[in-house]
Design a protein. Structure first.
Length: 131
């Protein structure tokens, strides 16, 4: 059994520049600040210009291979002492292909036959100055 039903939906904005790696991490804690383990869960992340846009600009998963018919261009994993930390790593080469503007991201966890959205929010991509 996983802790998928105990994971809250975290919503937060992200701001990145299109001349850098996008690295981020966040933790899942219960109301008593105890870690909520992500052990046994598969994580999937996508970013699109709009939620209804057919084209995913970024695709990352905690397993290798094609995700929903799309190749991955980043990675997402879980770890930490309580196995409660999500780590996102999108390489500069992927981020550099993004036009400045507003996007949305979503992270889903899958386990025990269930899928839940566990993180989501707006992403602002700025034009990087250093080239």
């Amino acid at each position: 059994m996983t802790q998928i039903l105990n994971l809250p939906l975290l919503t937060f904005p992200v701001s990145i520049a299109n001349n850098e790696d996008w690295t981020d991490a966040w933790a899942y804690l219960d109301v008593s600040s105890n870690p909520i383990s992500l052990a046994g869960l598969t994580l999937t992340m996508m970013m699109r210009a709009r939620a209804t846009d057919p084209t995913a600009q970024i695709v990352a998963a905690s397993v290798s291979g094609i995700v929903n018919g799309l190749p991955q261009n980043g990675s997402i994993s879980s770890g930490g002492a309580g196995l409660n930390v999500v780590a996102l790593a999108i390489p500069k080469a992927t981020v550099a292909r993004l036009s400045p503007g507003d996007y949305v991201f979503e992270v889903q966890a899958t386990g025990d036959g269930l899928t839940r959205t566990i993180a989501a929010g707006p992403v602002t991509v700025e034009a990087g100055v250093v080239r």
